[in-house]
Design a protein around this ligand. Sequence first.
Ligand SMILES: C[S@@+](CC[C@H](N)C(=O)[O-])C[C@H]1O[C@@H](n2cnc3c(N)ncnc32)[C@H](O)[C@@H]1O
Length: 252
Amino acid sequence: MMIKNLLHYLHLGLWELRGGPRFSSFKRSADEMRHVYSGRAVDLFFGNQGETIHKWPHYLPIYESVLGCLPPDIRFLELGVFKGGSMKLWREFFGPDATIFGIDVDPDCKQHDGKYGSVRIGSQDDGEFLRSVVQEMGKVDVILDDGSHVARHQRASFEILFPLLEDGGLYVIEDTHTSYWPSYGGGLRRRGTAIEFVKDKIDAMHRHYRKAGTNNSEDIPEIESIQFFDSIIVIKKKRQLARVTVMSPEIR
Ligand SMILES: C[S@@+](CC[C@H](N)C(=O)[O-])C[C@H]1O[C@@H](n2cnc3c(N)ncnc32)[C@H](O)[C@@H]1O
């Protein structure tokens, strides 16, 4: 664990040396921030006395707005378990009827299995593993990628998991600021980052309106909406009905 923490801080230090913003300049204590935001997710986060949760607090009102009105029997999969605190937060947020699964590459996370949900160990870019987890869940309504935040992992998970998401489901990618950080495979307008590959999905969502021959085989037909927040992307999956225009009443 000590070696893992050491590598993490070395990695952040290298990023700062390469001209990135000082990661430490973003750090604040819970006491400084607890009155800045409000809402149920905020109360759960700052009231947490259990396993540590690591979040940027401006995410909490976003989560409340996009996840707050989902049915109680939601099936939720989080990539990235860490200390188990976010699984506790989601259990309290969604309630006892939700099915909550978390996956993590770190075998230590297995200790959280069964506390607030089920934990499975494997990598977020391993298709066979992810498919087996979704099969075990039965179905999945919401996927939250809070795993490695490395561009190629974010993309691999999206490509594997988005097709498995239920119609009407949400795919959320957290910490997309790493799309700008070279140590995570990022860089401004760099191809393949989460920000850039989701920008391409905007074109896919509008494929009906494009000139013949400009669509490509990677276009996903089932995107209803794409929301870009600061550091969070939310993609809603929904089979698109035929796009037509109608006059009502008709002018004859
Ligand atoms: C940011 S932490 C998750 C934080 C947690 N969701 C929370 O809010 O407290 C990222 C986690 O992703 C895990 N991780 C890193 N690479 C991964 C990979 N390739 N597949 C799955 N998990 C990975 C790390 O072990 C770490 O526990």
